[in-house]
Write a protein that binds this ligand. Structure first.
Ligand code: AMP
Ligand code: GLY
Length: 427
């Protein structure tokens, strides 16, 4: 088979690394890819928002399956375009992608299908939203969450501890800080507990969860500092024990599938459910309609099946025939970021030690890397995802950091506590 993967991050590199192991796969293209992906796939200079060009490429190159990484092209309707041309593609159609593209749409869906989630209200003007926020604090809440309705590259959510902070963010939203994405705003009850990420394949008829994982969203050790796209992840997330899994399946995944069928949504892709586990009660924080990054990195390190076969079956609507094979061994992925991330950072520094890191047995996924004068340099905020699998979580963590410590570039840094939360469950 000839495969096209769309995107340029660690997620896409991990997908390509696993797809390449499938005996079914002949050639993999990636648009646009990065310096590390270029070693595993043929990179094509088409950006993820050039939908027409991507479809032309798939048609001209007889691509048998296209796998979409990021949310933006899904929300822009890439799946609809490809299907009109009878091109096989993994991902939800535009209407279904609103589950990520509009937080209001997602909330309505959750309410309609009785999926547990935080209480919230939606506003189209600052005055009403501000009054609601003030009233919530009068009623004694300790915090509140403000969410721009649309896609805002991960910056449209604020978990506010105080009223002033919440009101200032509301003002920014309605003042155009997120463009059209902030014209509607959700004000949400703040949930407290431990977060986990559940990714589940869905073809509209069947839903099959992948193994659980947990991200580390804050930039600093012990979950301090600013929010990021994710500084590292591990799988499984021990907070999701058998009892919690059962609740997630019965109260979230099955109602989700029921809703997809009832609304006749064309959903042949992956649903990524961000969950807060509040005293063993799982509640949905958000839906995403793509694989989580970095979550998919440790998840795929544990996947021992044929990814090409599985994703093809999802795209065809035959998920019930797919075989998912998992290792019990935990896996960890540690992100190395550019100095200054998630704020401003400098690019173009040579990355040293990549071969030494790979020699330890770890797999290094590239995110923000580029080739400059024959050298691999940093070119984005999150630069690499260094992943390892072990007999237990402690071994996986040790192996990942052994490889991390071989790698260096000016300003590059990582969190030193990826996976530490899982250790406490193993005592
Ligand atoms: P979202 O884009 O909705 O996932 O929000 C990004 C992050 O904000 C989540 O991963 C959580 O860490 C946090 N968050 C979102 N909603 C809530 C909530 N209702 N209560 C507490 N934290 C939240
Ligand atoms: N790691 C969180 C995300 O992919 O949105």
């Amino acid at each position: 088979m000839r495969i096209l993967v769309i995107g340029s991050g660690g997620r896409e590199h991990a997908l390509i690394w696993k797809l390449k192991q499938s005996p079914k796969v002949d050639t993999i293209y990636c648009a646009p890819g990065n310096a590390g992906i270029a070693a595993d796939a043929k990179c094509v200079a088409i950006e993820v928002d050039e939908l027409e060009k991507l479809a032309d490429f798939a048609q001209a190159n007889q691509i048998d399956l296209t796998v979409v990484g990021p949310e933006a092209p899904l929300c822009d309707g890439i799946v609809d375009q490809f299907r009109t041309r009878k091109l096989a593609i993994f991902g939800p159609a535009k209407v279904a992608a609103q589950l990520e593209g509009s937080k209001d749409f997602a909330k309505e869906f959750m309410l309609k299908y009785h999926i547990p989630t935080a209480k919230s209200a939606t506003f189209k003007n600052e005055k009403d939203a501000s009054e609601y926020v003030k009233n919530e604090f009068l009623l004694g809440v300790k915090g509140i969450v403000i969410k721009a309705d649309g896609l805002a590259a991960g910056k449209g959510v604020l978990v506010a501890d105080g009223e002033a902070e919440a009101l200032a963010f509301l003002h920014d939203c309605f003042d155009g800080a997120f463009g059209a994405a902030g014209a509607k705003v959700l004000v949400e009850e703040c949930l407290y507990g431990e977060e986990a990420s559940i990714l589940a394949l869905c073809d509209g008829k069947t839903i099959v969860p992948l193994v659980s994982s947990q991200d580390h969203k804050r930039v600093g050790d012990n979950d301090t500092g600013l929010n990021t796209g994710g500084m590292g992840a591990y799988s499984p997330a021990p907070v999701v024990d058998q009892q919690v899994w059962q609740k997630i399946n019965e109260r979230i995944l099955q109602p989700f599938l029921h809703g997809v069928r009832a609304e006749k949504l064309d959903f042949r892709g992956v649903i990524f459910v961000g969950i807060m586990i509040c005293d063993t009660e799982p509640k949905v924080l958000e839906f995403n309609v793509r694989f989580g990054d970095p979550e998919i990195q440790p998840v795929l390190r544990r996947f021992d099946g044929d990814l090409c076969d599985v994703l093809s079956k999802v795209a065809q609507g035959n998920l019930s025939e797919a075989k998912l094979i998992w290792s019990d061994d935990p896996a960890v992925s540690v992100v190395i970021a550019s100095g200054g991330y998630p704020g401003k950072y400098q690019k173009g520094f040579e990355i040293k030690g990549l071969a030494d890191a790979a020699a330890t047995g770890a797999v290094v996924f590239h995110a923000g890397t580029a080739l400059k004068d024959g050298k691999i340099v940093n070119s984005g905020g999150r630069v690499l995802g260094v992943s390892a699998r072990g007999k237990n979580i402690a071994e996986a963590i040790a192996k990942a950091y052994e490889a991390v410590d071989k790698i260096s570039f000016e300003g590059g840094f990582c969190r030193r506590d990826i996976g530490a939360k899982a250790l406490k469950y193993n005592k």
